[in-house]
Write a new protein. Structure first.
Length: 329
């Protein structure tokens, strides 16, 4: 058995190799089928138009060999890079803010300690690439600078693209456009979206919302890492990559679909909780196990389980939740 997965992550002690092998041999059939379909769709043309066919293809999974290319295109990162030639390198060569650089350096060793590619001993060591991407981004988006959590996202992007400059532009697509205000110093967008999830759970899984309220558990206690890290280190790598495929194409509502599916699927289990710590523990448990490892069936579920979820609904909820947070401020 291989202790290290294809992305460089060491598998935990209790990793179920037999279940994983069985799942992966089934999943490989799906991946092969998808790869053939994607190759036909792309036929010498590396762009994919925003269309129902495109959406369907992306929801069913982008094969690894096409993932960097497709995400780069559909997220708008490619257009941005082409409009700003040489910009990334100018950021790296320019004046540096010492405080920002210091904050990023502090987090370098804390980023994926369980990934062999990010170790100082690795060759090439991805810490150097990660440092460059984060420093460039902090100087590009001064309103955000650097905040914890961004190191994990940038690290994942580097693993996907294997390209420093492309990782920078994808990070810009995520932080600048796709995720509303998650990483600004006040993190208002992040706090808002956690409240929005609470409202959606009230609508779609009322018994769980009622349990949370009864025991005074705030949503931020159980889901803030889901939002900040976009499920990195929470769900298995393959599953996170499939979620990100859709996130780059369809935007932030995907995060709510994933969160609602996890909660809805495990409703009975969560409702067994009888006190505060018990609830927090149940939320840790529901992100593990076969349900989340079977990434293909999991992704089918996130588009059926939560029912309809329009961007209009989310934006309306965002408005009311943001106002509420600001009035409490």
């Amino acid at each position: 058995f291989c202790r290290v997965d294809p992305y460089g992550f060491e598998r935990p002690e209790d990793f179920d190799y037999f279940f994983y092998e069985a799942f992966f041999s089934r999943y490989l059939v799906v991946l092969t089928r998808r790869a053939i379909k994607w190759s036909k769709l792309l036929k010498g043309n590396n762009s994919i138009q925003k269309s129902l066919k495109g959406e369907l293809y992306i929801r069913k999974g982008i094969p690894n060999e096409h993932r960097a290319l497709i995400c780069f295109f559909v997220s708008g990162a490619q257009a941005n890079m082409e409009q700003n030639p040489g910009y990334y390198h100018r950021l790296l060569e320019g004046e540096k803010n010492d405080k920002l650089v210091e904050a990023i350096k502090t987090d370098m060793n804390r980023t994926f300690p369980d990934n062999v590619k990010f170790r100082k001993t690795a060759d090439p060591c991805l810490q150097h690439t990660l440092y460059n991407v984060l420093v460039a981004y902090g100087h590009h988006n001064k309103a955000v600078g650097y905040c914890q959590g961004m190191n994990f996202i940038a690290g994942y992007l580097i693993l996907i693209t294997k390209n420093e400059e492309e990782s920078f532009w994808l990070l810009d697509a995520l932080i600048g456009r796709i995720l509303p205000d998650y990483y600004s110093p006040a993190m208002l967008g992040l706090k808002t979206d956690q409240e929005v999830l609470g409202e959606l759970v009230k609508m779609k899984v009322p018994a769980v919302a009622e349990l949370m309220e009864r025991h005074g558990v705030m949503w931020t206690l159980v889901v803030s890492r889901w939002f900040i890290c976009l499920f990195i280190d929470i769900l298995p790598v393959e599953t996170v990559l499939r979620i990100w495929d859709c996130l780059f194409y369809e935007g932030s509502k995907i995060i709510f679909r994933v969160a609602l599916t996890l909660i809805k699927q495990h409703q009975a289990f969560i409702l067994e909780a009888t006190n505060f710590p018990d609830i927090c523990d149940k939320f840790k448990q529901i992100t593990k196990g076969t349900f989340v490892t079977e990434c293909h069936s999991f992704m089918q579920k996130i588009f059926t389980d939560p029912g309809s979820l329009s961007m209009a609904t989310i934006n309306k909820l965002r408005e009311t939740c943001r106002e509420k947070l600001l009035s409490q401020g």
